[in-house]
Design a protein. Sequence first.
Length: 494
Amino acid sequence: MECLAEDPLVSPAADAPTRESPQRLVSLATCLATPTAIVAILMMQRVGYFAAKSLIPVMAILVVTTPTNLAVAWWLERSPDDPFRIHLRAISTAVTTAGVIYAVGWGPMLVVAYAMGAAELLRTTGASTAKPHMLWCVLSVTAGEVGVQVGWFPSLVEPGLSHAIAATALLCLAIVARVLAQSAEATGQAKQALRDRGTMFEALIAHAADAICVISRDGTIQSMSPAVIDMLGYRPEEVVGRNVVRFVRPDQVPEIVNRTAAAAPGSGEVEHMEIEVRHRDSRPRLLSATISAPSTDWNDHVIVNLRDITRQRELEQQLRHDASHDALTGMMNRRAFSDACEAAYERASRHGWAVGMLYIDLDGFKNINDSFGHDLGDLVLVETSRRLTECVSSAEMLARLGGDEFAVLIESVEGPESAVTLAERILDVVAEPIPGVPDGTHLGASIGIAIRSSDGIEMANLMRLADEAMYCAKRNGRARWELDPDLRDPLQLH
């Protein structure tokens, strides 16, 4: 794709927006749990709310369980859906929490710590950890209460009250865990739906036949879909950062600027236009561009859908040509000739011109076609059409009416003499031998000539009169021209 215009909107090449892939990291809460616990324990000891006789067992629990808990958390992040790793993570959290709260004598009253652990697990690993975590919370609290009952763990309250508080706390914990699990599950489903939607959207963009791009209001291409490879021969990264005016005809730049500016953010309205760009191999390509700004957030950018309509336009032009031209000779056909004659008749009426018509029928063509086949007949028609085309001027219209019949319209004729001169020239060129036609095979033409003032006759009648004159030429010996009877004597226009 070559540079077709100076860039009046040049700005520094902008990188296409990038998106960092999220990484699963050990949560900050997990890392800060141990320092926070140490600070809380020291404060409890200082104000006299520390039931244990020594800090050594508590610190020992923290020293042993902290690295284990971090290691298990890291291991689970490598495979977050592994049931064994999920249970191991729940066990490590529950045991660490139980060990600390029961070692300081506040076991049943600090069951809320399990809720904090549950919230952290559900946030980082999802709803799948809710049931395992609750199971191990119940087991660890039960074990802690057994320890309080037999005197293994200190307690600020008597065992019976401790058990009642623990049971109530577990019930509250179950409710909180259930709510957190539902919230985590809904969040997970929303994230998955968003990922699925993003994946589907990316797949649609990647496989779309249309090229879809994001362009800033100054014309810089911010992103481009892969369809541009087939459409223009360039990879997306080769066009990103460049200005669109580099790829279009200079005369289209003002319209592109106006259309881009007219795309109002969030209005739902789109701008349509056709632009011509060059493929990487320098072939011109015609693209249909749809410009839109989908929301009010798109003040600085627009989305442009590009569709290659080059082939479509070529087919449309071919269809229009085929509808108005003879398929074999490429000449104007009867229908198109009739329309052109009507238009010429109107012009002649405005200017007061006379109009002439030559009706031509080939002599001997049926014998050639029947005796030597349609292929040779087609060759004769093509060569004859070429010779007729060389005979007429730009001011005269030539058409194949069908079969071996042709017609010439002279829009402004001065008199029968000029029409006769053209007819004699046609007789001469048609009679010349055609390469490929067997020797002794004769081809000629019978021509009828009619001329009338434009305000004296309709065009259909003019053709009829020329046709009648042509049949008169055939009756009088063929390979000749004949005038419409009204022109024969004297030679004058009526």
